[in-house]
Design a protein around this ligand. Structure first.
Ligand SMILES: Nc1ncnc2c1ncn2[C@@H]1O[C@H](COP(=O)(O)OP(=O)(O)OP(=O)(O)O)[C@@H](O)[C@H]1O
Length: 291
């Protein structure tokens, strides 16, 4: 049987680890009878997308994201609606999608999953035509992603530091949401759109979300008193966000959100600026993943 062509795309900054020696370690565990492997290191943001497009053109059979949700996003958006699966070696700060898919952060265990080669199909989402696979968001959520992207300290400590710096001065915004025809007007601290349940680090914003149900979970977080912040954190980590009086979660397929102004949004933790009006759609069964 011909060997499958597998390419590892390694993000050298994700999770704050350089990953020197990654190729050597991965080759130790990868089944060389099954796979002919190539390893590429990304040199800048969006480079993983460029490399993925090139590999697809050259007939790769499997692409591996070695990084976090941002790296996965860059590669997976190129794989949408193709028959080529994405595999993940969780090397990010939060690893939200990998955790949901139960991909171990132990390298030999994660590579053994690739050797086993079991493929599932998951949904993805589009915000104004741009893909996300884990969680997208606006409001406080997007502001924090913006600040986190500029930050040198990756990981939960760096994240928490920024949250604490910004939370007391943030003011909620007005939103009009149309979720599959149901209109809601809300003042919100933030709105997250979840394809899978957690941001990463086991912080569950949408405990009931599943990435293969053809639905997105719209999570509206209302302004809460600052004293309630520890309780909100408790809800996130105990998978009980839906039980908070400040959280409303509604499932939908086609969502239109009108904000006060154009501004920041994040897709899988990666910040960008989008229009005031956001049109969000689910793309059911659009990505194949090894898990
Ligand atoms: N060589 C590089 N130099 C600088 N940035 C890079 C490079 N290669 C990739 N990137 C960028 O690194 C960013 C962070 O990647 P990623 O999201 O995978 O890691 P993370 O934020 O640590 O993890 P997670 O998203 O799981 O919390 C992405 O925006 C990606 O575009």
């Amino acid at each position: 049987m011909a060997k499958k062509r597998i390419q590892f795309l390694i993000n050298p900054i994700s999770g704050g680890r350089k990953k020197k020696g990654f190729e050597q370690s991965a080759r130790k565990f990868l089944n060389a009878h099954l796979y002919e492997a190539e390893f590429k290191v990304t040199e800048h943001a969006q480079h993983a997308s460029d490399l993925a497009r090139k590999a697809i053109k050259e007939g790769v059979d499997l692409l591996v994201a070695v990084g976090g949700d941002g790296t996965i996003n860059e590669i997976a958006k190129e794989l949408l609606h193709t028959a080529i699966p994405l595999a993940i070696i969780p090397e990010g700060s939060g690893n939200g999608l990998a955790r949901y898919l139960q991909i171990s952060s132990d390298l030999s265990t994660a590579i053994n999953k690739i050797n086993a080669g079991h493929v599932s199909t998951i949904d993805s989402g589009l915000v104004n035509g741009k893909a996300f696979f884990n969680v997208a968001g606006m409001g406080f959520d997007a502001l924090i992603s913006n600040r986190f992207a500029e930050n040198l300290t990756r990981g939960p400590v760096g994240y928490l530091k920024i949250v604490l710096q910004e939370i007391s001065r943030y003011r909620p915004q007005s939103y009009t949401l149309n979720i599959d025809g149901k209109i809601l007007n809300r003042e919100a601290f933030m709105i997250s759109i979840a394809n899978s349940p957690q941001y990463g680090n086991n912080a569950y914003i949408a405990p009931g979300a599943t990435a293969d149900d053809g639905l997105l979970d719209v999570c509206i977080i209302k302004q809460f008193p600052l004293l309630q912040f520890p309780v909100m954190i408790y809800h996130l980590f105990s998978r009980t966000a839906h039980q908070s009086e400040y959280v409303e979660i509604i499932k939908g397929k086609h969502i239109v959100i009108e904000r006060e102004t154009a501004g920041p949004v994040h897709l899988d933790g990666e910040p960008l600026e989008l229009d005031r009006k956001l049109t969000i759609d689910v793309l059911p069964s659009s990505l194949k993943v090894v898990c």
